[in-house]
Design a protein around this ligand. Structure first.
Ligand code: C2E
Ligand code: MG
Ligand code: MG
Length: 614
């Protein structure tokens, strides 16, 4: 009776310990403590199948090359393993591998080793010194089996947890990637659109206002092209961090495209005017952080940005409309070179519609031969005509007075510029030939022709120029190609190739509108161009405006250093001319001398000035 009670008590104690939760280590430790107390165990070992790296794995198939790692080892005394003990442990483990027995007992010197297989996972070995009575030993066998099963359950549970957490983190990574921009880790377009939809609905339901600010970096393309994409990428990441730094947690900061960012302010309260105030405050902060110099490597870069915004909910405005509106407003800010965020107005959409009307009209103009060229003479300090610039005019009553500044960018956007540019090239060569035949003064050296960004990137552009020269029969040395500084820098590689090809045949290159772009001195030095044209904005009031004077002075010094000629554009009065002469600039173009003239008028000017005088 006493024995039975003892057995029941031991069984109970061990069974309780082995059923203790699903954490393997915890369960095993508690079983071990109970076993040490009840059975005089000295040590317990848990051997698990493991992979090369030692992590436990589930055993599948062949056992021959299976590696074991000792997962848990608990000892009641502080005894070091000795060699015999190691051998016996190895035997215990290998017996189970070959036989898959559930329980086995090995006797060695003064110890007994009880080992149990844990199906598919490993082997559990108990070591004890004193023999337990056989009756107790036998009665405990089901408990050890239960222990092995509990270990098994724990292992399965643990690997399940591991698998679940691995899957969860894989899912988290995929979800993060689907919602974020890879480079900047900001929200991507999709997340932005989703958040915008939610926020529009929220605002409609709660009579609140929200806003979306569209940001486009200025000069970024130049930096990317001139300094390389590595620097460009670093700058975009830095811009992203700075924008994140000035927004609240509930705002969405997204990268919308290359250098376009959007900030969504989802809840700006009950009043539209208050919302507008917050937008303007945010815009000021955006400008501050974007204009803060960027230190990348050893160099400092400066950029700015243009911003447009829309407040929502607008009447019937969808999320697409809100983005489109803010984009249009940004475009307006860029065109007007505004340093503040501009709010969308319906007139901007009208302007957009007008652009598409323009495109149709430009196509018709080409078809109906409505274009013509005007020529603005260029002068030297002795008042001699040294050349002329061919300027496009649209010979249509509605458009005649319009500057090409208005429709050239539209033509540029729609690719029509290639056909128009081709026409300009051939027409100017043809008319130059006529001028030569009529007789040009010796002082007349060059006819300048403007080319656009798209033309520079055009395949066969150089061949086109050669063809125009050949067909017209002019001398290549009488032609100058004008490329604006901005276009030149944004297409620096195309430009360098073209300029050196043109140089080989004697055609010169002029950098137009100089001072408005972001040229790198390194590139300027390497450009084989021969003329810099000071932008007319720096010539305006140069005799009164100290800032313009110092900019012009710097450009003139730069030209001298790089051995380039300098021509001032937009000279409108005697005082400006005198000031330019004083600064050392000796070539001019502007209304003071002559407005751009129709071809016949230009012919007449040359005739009365030079030919009739002879
Ligand atoms: P641009 O190449 O800088 O041409 C000079 C512009 O300054 C011309 O404007 C000319 O009329 C204007 N201008 C000249 N002197 C004065 C002055 O004293 N005061 C003022 N306020 N303006 C003066 P326009 O003809 O309206 O041309 C504007 C721009 O359109 C040109 O600037 C050029 O970038 C572009 N453009 C003109 N023709 C062509 C062309 O055939 N192809 C291309 N791609 N662009 C062209
Ligand atoms: Mg020009
Ligand atoms: Mg110019």
């Amino acid at each position: 009776m006493k024995k039975t009670l003892q057995i029941i008590s031991i069984q109970h104690e061990l069974a309780m310990a082995s059923g203790n939760g699903l954490d393997l280590d915890e369960m095993f430790q508690s079983f071990m403590q109970a076993s040490i107390a009840c059975l005089n165990l000295t040590s317990a070992y848990l051997f698990l199948f493991s992979d090369q790296a030692g992590s436990p794995i589930r055993f599948i198939g062949d056992t021959a090359n299976q590696i074991f790692s000792q997962h848990i080892s608990v000892s009641s005394q502080n005894t070091a393993h000795h060699e015999t003990q190691n051998k016996i442990l190895t035997r215990c483990v290998s017996e189970h591998i070959s036989q898959h027995d559930f329980v086995s007992v090995i006797f060695s010197d003064d110890k007994f080793y009880h080992s149990f297989s844990i199906p598919e996972h490993g082997v559990l070995v108990f070591e004890r010194v004193l023999e337990i009575e056989p009756i107790i030993q036998n009665s405990l066998e089901p408990i050890f089996k239960k222990l092995a099963l509990s270990c098994y359950a724990c292992l399965v549970h643990q690997s399940l947890l591991k698998e679940m957490s691995a899957r969860k983190s894989a899912e988290d990574i995929i979800a993060h990637q689907a919602a974020h921009d890879e480079l900047t880790q900001l929200s991507n377009r999709r997340t932005l659109t989703d958040n915008l939809k939610t926020s529009i609905t929220y605002c409609i339901e709660n009579n609140k206002f929200g806003a979306l600010i569209f940001i486009d970096l200025n000069q970024f393309k130049s930096i990317n092209d001139v300094m390389g994409h590595d620097i460009g990428d670093k700058m975009l990441k830095e811009v992203a961090n700075r924008l994140k730094g000035i927004t609240r947690g509930k705002d969405t900061v997204a990268r919308f495209g290359g250098d376009e960012f959007i900030i969504l302010l989802p809840d700006l309260g009950d009043f539209e005017q208050a919302a507008e105030l917050v937008v303007n405050r945010t815009a000021t902060r955006i400008l501050d952080v974007v204009e803060e110099p960027f230190l990348i490597g050893d160099l400092i870069y400066n950029i700015s940005c243009s911003m447009g915004y829309e407040i929502f909910p607008a009447l019937n405005g969808s999320s697409c409309d809100v983005i489109k509106h803010a984009d249009l407003a940004m475009y307006e800010a860029k065109t007007l070179r505004q340093r503040i965020a501009i709010r969308y107005q319906a007139s901007m959409s009208e302007k957009l519609n007008m652009r598409s009307v323009y495109v149709t009209e430009l196509k018709n103009a080409l078809k109906n031969n409505e274009f013509m060229l005007h020529y603005q003479p260029q002068y030297d300090a002795n008042d001699e005509i040294i050349g002329a610039e061919a300027l496009l005019r649209w010979n249509n009553p509605k458009r005649l007075e319009e500057s090409p500044d208005i429709y050239i960018p539209i033509a540029e956007d729609s690719e029509l510029i290639l056909a128009i540019g081709d026409w300009v090239l051939h027409e100017s060569c043809r008319q130059l030939k006529i001028l030569q035949e009529n007789g040009l003064p010796d002082s007349f050296k060059k006819l300048s022709i403007n080319v656009s960004a798209k033309q520079l990137g055009q395949e066969n552009f150089f061949e086109n120029i050669c063809r125009a020269i050949k067909t017209s029969g002019i001398d290549a040395k009488q032609m100058t190609i004008e490329i604006t500084e901005n276009v030149l820098i944004s297409r620096i590689h195309d430009a360098m190739l073209l300029i050196s090809q043109l140089g080989d045949i004697g055609v010169d290159c002029a950098i137009d509108d100089f001072g408005t772009g972001y040229s790198s001195l390194t590139y300027l030095r390497r450009l084989p161009s021969s003329l810099i044209k000071i932008d007319r904005n720096f010539v305006r009031d140069i005799h009164k405006d100290a800032e313009n004077r110092s900019i012009a002075k710097m450009i003139i010094a730069l030209g001298e250093n790089l051995d380039m000629n300098i021509l001032a554009e937009g000279v409108e009065c005697e005082e400006e001319l005198q000031c330019l002469k004083d600064l050392g600039c000796y070539q001019y173009q502007g209304f003071y001398f002559s407005r751009p003239l129709a071809f016949d008028q230009f012919v007449e000017l040359v005739k009365t000035r030079y030919l009739e005088a002879c």
